[in-house]
Design a protein around this ligand. Structure first.
Ligand SMILES: Cc1cc2nc3c(=O)[nH]c(=O)nc-3n(C[C@H](O)[C@H](O)[C@H](O)COP(=O)(O)O)c2cc1C
Length: 390
């Protein structure tokens, strides 16, 4: 596959490192261009105190010359401002793991009598670097006219009112929804649902609990044929599910109507082709979420991801002391109450990485101008022009 990336970094270490390999030469890239998405990850109702300390900014350490990518690996560095605070007073070494976090399994697996090395890396602080890397992918997609959007559709027991995703075929309508989400502290477009979500988060905070929820992701102007049906690991749905599920606290991913496919007959699941729109992959509906047979079908790609509630609760849960083996209540440390609003920026980042990867697979990854020329030529061909070669 065309691109890959890796991160290193602990939650309270000096900083986060990222290396992104495979981006073609010629993409305009600066530290300022990475800032808006990093800021989005830091916002959202239900965030904890850490986000007030950090002012995430990614430094570009390699792979960019004169404001353009060179085709070499892109090196990124984000400093942890909280590192300085922890130099003066090191925190206690926690010996009671939090149910739902990586603490217990990690301590057993790595033979540790306290959980610090595990929680340092399992912490979602690492997702700041994912957002920086994902922003590079997103800028590449935008150069090809492809934009990514998201909206929060559920927090705890509150489901947002609004048009179902399968009906959102028009990008202009999506842009309006997305703009309303950007102004909402819970990233929900519907004002009445937003008020209920805010109240639900307040109630969870007051009772020392946490809340999960669901986010829908969208990408428009997707060419037909990203991904492939030929191999399990190259199918686009495989890659999307793996990428989104790799985000901490994501427990389920649906492609298009997802779990609903089992409840509807075939005639109400499959998207019929509209011959008038066929050249652009046009369908009458988009229940498949723009993916059939592991490939994009030319319709908008849409997915739904579900976050569990965070594991660090003020209302602590039953656990065990790793040193004595005795029953204990889990520890509480500074934590988010609900990560769903800001988690959506991490989901968008992973979606961008997978789509950019598949785009470069198909249209080449040496020079951006050539990639975009091939993409434009592909888009200009009708179904018959595409299929007539064999
Ligand atoms: C943006 C973001 C912020 C998070 N913040 C917290 C947090 O403050 N406290 C917490 O316990 N978990 C938080 N999590 C979730 C944990 O990192 C995650 O539950 C943990 O690593 C265990 O992994 P798993 O839930 O995927 O099994 C956050 C996740 C994301 C995506």
């Amino acid at each position: 596959m065309a691109i890959h990336y890796m991160t290193a970094g602990d939650s309270h270490g000096p900083g986060l490192l990222g290396i992104l390999e495979g981006i073609p030469s010629g993409l305009a890239l600066s530290e300022e261009m990475l800032l808006p998405q990093l800021m989005r990850r830091q916002q959202g109702y239900g965030s904890g105190g850490r986000m007030k300390i950090e002012k995430d900014r990614a430094r570009i350490m390699a792979g960019v010359y004169d404001g353009l990518t060179t085709g070499a690996p892109i090196g990124l560095l984000i400093e942890n401002l909280d590192f300085a605070n922890w130099q003066e007073h090191q925190p206690p070494l926690y010996t009671v793991p939090r149910p739902g976090h990586a603490d217990l399994a990690g301590a057993v697996k790595y033979g540790l009598s306290h959980t610090r090395p595990i929680s340092e890396r399992a912490s979602a602080r690492e997702t700041a670097m994912r957002v920086a890397v994902g922003t590079v992918a997103r800028l590449l997609l935008e150069a090809g006219g492809i934009n990514i959007y998201s909206r929060v559709v559920q927090i705890g027991g509150v489901r947002a009112a609004g048009r179902p995703a399968e009906e959102l075929l028009n990008e202009e309508e999506m842009k309006e929804i997305h703009e309303r989400c950007e102004e909402s502290e819970v990233r929900c477009a519907d004002a009445a649902s937003e008020a209920q979500m805010l109240a639900a988060i307040d109630r969870a905070r007051e009772s020392g609990d946490s809340l999960g929820g669901s986010v829908e992701l969208f990408a428009y102007k997707i060419p037909i044929g990203l991904g492939t049906h030929v191999s399990r690991d190259r199918k686009l749905d495989t890659r999307l599910a793996a990428a989104l599920m790799s985000i901490p606290a994501v427990k389920a991913v649906e492609i298009g109507i997802g779990a609903d496919v089992g409840m509807r007959p075939g005639s109400e699941v499959h998207d019929q082709v509209d011959p008038q729109q066929a050249a652009r992959g046009g369908r009458l509906t988009n229940r498949a979420g723009g993916i059939e047979g592991g490939m994009t079908n030319g319709m908008p790609v849409w997915l739904r991801a579900h976050f569990k509630p965070v594991a660090t609760l003020q209302k602590t849960l039953n656990s065990v002391d790793l040193q004595s083996g005795e029953a204990r209540r889990a520890r509480y440390q500074r934590s988010d109450v609900c990560i769903v609003p800001r988690g959506s920026s991490v989901l968008e980042a992973e979606l961008a990485i997978v789509l950019a990867d598949a785009l470069l697979d198909m249209f080449g990854q040496d020079r951006l101008d050539q990639t975009l020329e091939r993409l434009a030529a592909h888009r200009a061909r009708s179904i018959v022009e595409h299929t007539g070669h064999a």
